[in-house]
Design a protein around this ligand. Structure first.
Ligand SMILES: C[S@@+](CC[C@H](N)C(=O)[O-])C[C@H]1O[C@@H](n2cnc3c(N)ncnc32)[C@H](O)[C@@H]1O
Length: 406
């Protein structure tokens, strides 16, 4: 039976690597898609581990992948001081993890691999720096306990993959989701395909300036700037914790010269959003505005998994503002539409810099919100948006509303 289960997970071979497919995750994904909840991954490209489990985010409904680091260890090689009698270390940890109702047995096995891998890697890094690492068994036990209590794995391990980047995660700043990485990668590719190749003499004469509203960890501006080296990006958030984490992310990725993460409240004066503190030049409009704002209606937020409600900031999720506020979760899109013309340079000016015809605005949306958001953007103050499209995420869900001036 165990062999059959293993075989079922291993669906194909690619580049001599085994690609694991989590069937339980796929089923869960289908179930949860109907409720806009999280926990969605499907095919995973990992040799010995599928992605981190329990990744519930109301906004995007998935859990993150781990496609770049492959834990290489044997769970059985681990010793522990706190097993139940006669249980293997692995079984003891899995038993503890089973008290988290959001985890299937498969999820728990998967998370345990991630935990052990991270603990071992951390110890190696510390030793390489000449530092005495924490005792591995104790650290694994602590992480397993936190996971059993419902804390998202990304907060426990301190990071997540976001496209090609590793983004630091810290409670309560929202954990970046794979759909967000997917759609903003699509957007970057679309932009690059609309201009002459970056290697050619006819490439744009000036960098594209991107403004990301509600930036959280800074994942979107960091990804877009990474994928398009001829761009600069600013990420704004009104949460001091997010601004601080975003700044650390920019520095850690060595992108702080092109990506600026700072405080900004999108419901405050719009000019302030495009004025750098201490900048004598005054407000500086941008070529493109992007955002993955809070968009969960309160009625849906109430039913989200505990790991989301109790660990990720409600201010990062609730699309109508505070708890108890009823609505469709569209308040942030209405505000973005309202201030868009204050933020964007004219189409002619953008074309003069070499970025003719690219989208001017792109916002991630929750399930079922795309058509409303298209209407909101097209009715935008100043008539900035003349045409919109809705793009799907990797799971076929309408996820990004993209707007062009004409
Ligand atoms: C859904 S999270 C998105 C974070 C990040 N863009 C991502 O995709 O992972 C929304 C973010 O909006 C921020 N936020 C909430 N209200 C805001 C406001 N009035 N002005 C600016 N940012 C705000 C929250 O702090 C949170 O970091």
């Amino acid at each position: 039976m165990a062999l059959l289960r293993k075989l079922a997970r291993v669906m194909t071979i690619y580049n001599n690597k085994i690609l694991s497919v989590s069937i339980t995750d796929t089923i869960r994904s289908i179930k949860l898609d109907t409720t806009m909840l999280a926990l969605r991954p499907t095919t995973r490209l990992l040799k010995c581990v599928t992605p981190r489990s329990n990744f519930a985010r109301a906004c995007t409904t998935t859990k993150p992948t781990r496609q770049h680091h492959e834990p290489t260890f044997q769970i059985a090689s681990f010793s522990s001081t706190s097993f139940t009698q006669n249980a293997s270390p692995e079984e003891s940890y899995l038993h503890t993890l089973s008290s988290n109702p959001e985890l299937s047995r498969f999820d728990a096995e998967n998370d345990l691999r991630w935990i052990i891998s991270e603990v071992q890697e951390h110890a190696k890094r510390e030793l390489a720096r000449g530092k005495l690492p924490p005792i591995e068994d104790e650290r694994v036990e602590e992480f397993v306990r936190r996971r059993a209590e419902g804390e998202p794995l990304q907060y426990i391990l301190g990071n997540t993959d976001f496209g090609p980047l590793t983004i630091l995660c810290k409670r309560p700043t929202l954990i970046p989701r794979p759909e967000t990485a997917h759609i903003f990668t699509q957007l970057s590719q679309h932009i690059l395909s609309s201009i002459p190749p970056l290697t050619s003499a006819s490439r744009p004469s000036e960098p594209l300036s991107i403004l990301d509203l509600c930036t959280g960890t800074g994942c979107i501006p960091l990804l877009m700037a990474h994928l398009n080296p001829l761009s600069t990006a600013t990420g704004l958030d009104n949460s001091p914790a997010a601004v601080s984490l975003g700044g650390v992310n920019a520095k850690k990725l060595d992108m702080h010269e092109r990506v600026d993460i700072r405080y900004g409240n999108i419901f405050g004066p719009s000019k302030r959003l495009i004025t750098r503190p201490g900048d004598l030049g005054g407000a500086k409009k941008v070529g493109m505005v992007v955002s993955n704002p809070p968009y969960i209606p309160y009625e849906e937020w109430k039913d989200l998994p505990r790991s989301v409600r109790e660990y990720e900031s409600p201010a990062a999720l609730l699309g109508d503002g505070t708890k108890g506020q009823l609505g469709k979760g569209l308040k942030f899109y209405e505000r973005i539409a309202e201030i868009l013309s204050d933020l964007l340079i004219e189409e002619e000016e953008l074309a003069g810099k070499g970025w003719k015809g690219i989208p001017r605005v792109a916002v991630e949306v929750g399930k079922g919100q795309a058509r409303d958001v298209e209407d909101i953007l097209r009715g935008s103050n100043g008539g900035v948006v003349g045409r919109t499209e809705v793009w799907n995420d990797q799971f076929g869900v309408e996820r990004l509303v993209v707007g062009w001036t004409r």
